[in-house]
Write a protein that binds this ligand. Structure first.
Ligand SMILES: NC(=O)c1ccc[n+]([C@@H]2O[C@H](COP(=O)([O-])OP(=O)(O)OC[C@H]3O[C@@H](n4cnc5c(N)ncnc54)[C@H](OP(=O)(O)O)[C@@H]3O)[C@@H](O)[C@H]2O)c1
Length: 247
């Protein structure tokens, strides 16, 4: 796909650039300061746009100018309003004008995921980054056919190496377990205990959901190969690291 990456100088965005290039996408970076792009990557990009990711007009003009059919939004602090509002607004306008929706990946957090077998989300028990609720409410309000969105809901992401092109050699989407709407392989332990069970259930396992920036970057890049046929469209996406001997 022709992909515009917002936040391309950040921890995740810089690695998303590399992963997209490695997966054969046509890649455009959207940044405030191009000099902060990872060394050596700029000549491989099809374009670099300067703008403010809080402004829908900047995002729209960058995507339209480069004929992008996908946006990955890693800019800013995912849970806060300006970034989410701007990318949704720009994507809605582009989709409306083209008569075909954009494919969009947005960042959320693990707290947005549902606790299996319950009516609760992790954020309902642990008020870490509760602002992610806003992102979810905004996305849910988007008519289904207007934006082909997915929201990645990782726990803490760590770097395997500096942001480079190519990515660290063992970085791969295959290192992640993935589930729609719930954390993959979530244990139901403690849930049957009245009142405290939900808290104990989360405290017992949430920290095991750290993943690498590189694996998440490749995961998004791999999914975009499926374009508008991705099974993850309209889903909250939970990830968990598979066991990896060298990490
Ligand atoms: N890291 C984690 O463990 C984690 C876990 C769950 C969710 N998330 C979410 O994932 C997303 C990416 O995380 P990250 O660690 O990669 O964040 P990061 O390293 O802080 O990167 C943020 C990026 O956003 C850019 N940015 C900030 N304000 C901007 C603006 N007004 N216009 C254009 N670009 C702007 C920054 O550009 P400059 O270089 O110019 O500052 C930077 O490239 C965030 O939304 C975060 O909330 C992160």
């Amino acid at each position: 796909m022709r992909v515009l990456v917002l936040g391309a100088t950040g921890n995740l965005g810089s690695r998303v650039l590399s992963a997209l290039l490695q997966r054969g996408h046509v890649v455009f970076a959207f940044v405030r300061d191009p000099s902060k792009l990872p060394p050596g990557i700029q000549p491989l990009l099809s374009g670099v746009e300067q703008g403010d990711a809080r402004k829908a007009s900047d995002i729209k003009s960058a995507a339209v100018h480069n004929g992008c059919d996908a946006i990955v939004n890693t800019a800013g602090y995912a849970a806060m309003a300006p970034w989410v509002d701007a990318v949704i607004c720009a994507s809605l306008e582009i989709g409306r004008e083209r008569g075909t929706p954009l494919r969009v990946w947005i960042l959320g957090g693990q707290g947005l995921l549902d606790i299996p077998t319950t009516e609760y989300r992790i954020v309902d028990y642990m008020h870490i980054f509760p602002e992610h609720r806003h992102t979810w409410d905004k996305l849910r309000a988007v008519p289904q056919s207007a934006i082909n969105w997915s929201i990645l809901c990782p726990g803490v992401m760590h770097a395997l190496s500096r942001a480079t092109y190519p990515l660290a050699t063992d970085a791969s989407a295959e290192n992640l377990q993935v589930a729609s709407n719930v954390p993959p392989n979530w244990s139901l332990k403690f849930l049957c205990i009245p009142v405290l069970g939900g808290y104990l259930n989360i405290m017992n396992q949430a920290s095991a959901y750290g993943t690498s920036l590189e694996d998440n970057a490749d995961f998004i890049a791999k999914d975009l190969l499926d374009g508008h046929q991705s099974k993850l469209i309209g889903e909250k996406v939970g990830v968990k690291q598979r066991r990896h001997s060298s990490r």
